[in-house]
Write a protein that binds this ligand. Structure first.
Ligand code: GUN
Length: 292
């Protein structure tokens, strides 16, 4: 079994970005600038956004964190989006999801200038990505593709099963894996909550991408020998023995599935850190595209 070390790979990517930023600084040019909008005090979102901001500082980007009250009105949030859209010092920004229930998420995502949409959630970017045009690819699917690429995992003609059809992970990765590209050319099946006899599919698959959000859902009896397993799940599960009061669990029963798998990502230390590295990559790309 080969462990697909997302932590190590993300550090390599961040080092490459850091070098590019140093070269930008040396030329006396403006470094990339990423802003993150965080609405409310959700614990997991605070952690994710904190990690994103710290990573920006590590590679030498400028970063701005905009913290807004949980009860901010949709209109006021949309005004904030317009301010960010017209800020010429900003290359890209993200609005951390989920948003409070009284705010229409789609309306907010549609308001983001697609040229600054480094999360790749705007329909223009999603459409361009689907058509294999230049686009910001959402960071988590992008991280999966890059990890497969760096470990030279064969994907050509393989059966790739994606479990979960979210707009952020399942649907975009199913499109990317089917495209004519490195870490693509796979025959893709997209399974979801209404899929019948999922075990029949998981047992056939050469590559399984789990993006369901149900802790330890994929068990060893569901997979074939030498399967490649990518675990996108990150669920906080209450654990009184842990000082934090919770532990992070993936969608895969890692202990057992890793005994059968050819390749597998751990949680934590797999796709999570790759997501952050690819957000930085998109921000660097935004700066380059917006300059040209
Ligand atoms: N919430 C969970 N994942 C993401 C992500 O990749 N971007 C944003 N903006 N919010 C998220």
């Amino acid at each position: 079994m080969i462990l697909l070390d997302g932590k190590k790979t993300s550090i390599e990517i961040k080092e490459e970005i850091k070098k590019t930023v140093s070269a930008i600084k040396l030329k006396g040019e403006r470094v990339p600038h990423l802003a993150a909008v965080l609405v409310g005090n959700d614990g997991a979102s605070l952690t994710y956004v904190g990690n994103k901001v710290r990573s920006c500082e590590y590679v030498g980007f400028k970063s701005t964190l905009i913290k807004l009250e949980n009860n901010i009105s949709e209109i006021d949030l949309l005004k904030q989006i317009q301010i960010l859209n017209s800020d010429n010092t900003l290359d890209g920004y993200i609005v951390q999801l989920p948003l409070p229930k009284h705010i229409d998420e789609q309306k907010v995502l549609l308001a983001i200038d697609s040229k600054k949409d480094v999360d790749g959630f705007h329909p223009e970017n999603f459409g361009r990505m689907s058509l294999e045009l230049d686009a910001f690819v959402p960071a988590t699917p992008y991280g999966i593709i890059k990890l497969l690429e760096r470990y030279k995992i064969p994907t050509d003609g393989k059966h790739c099963l994606v479990v979960g059809r979210s707009n952020i992970v399942g649907r975009p990765i199913s499109i990317l894996m089917s495209q004519k590209r490195i870490s693509g050319n796979a025959t893709v099946t997209l399974a979801h909550s209404r899929t019948k006899n999922l075990k029949k599919l998981t047992k056939q698959a050469d590559i399984i991408i789990m993006a369901l959000g149900i802790p330890e859902f994929l068990t060893s009896d569901m997979v074939k020998d030498d399967v490649c397993v990518i675990d996108v799940g990150i669920t906080r599960v209450v654990d009184k023995n842990n000082p934090k009061g919770y532990v992070i669990k993936g969608d895969v029963d890692f202990k057992e599935v890793s005994k059968k798998a050819g390749y597998i990502t751990p949680v934590p230390g797999g796709i999570g850190p790759m997501t952050i590295a690819m957000l930085l990559q998109n921000t660097l790309q935004a700066r380059q595209w917006n300059l040209s």
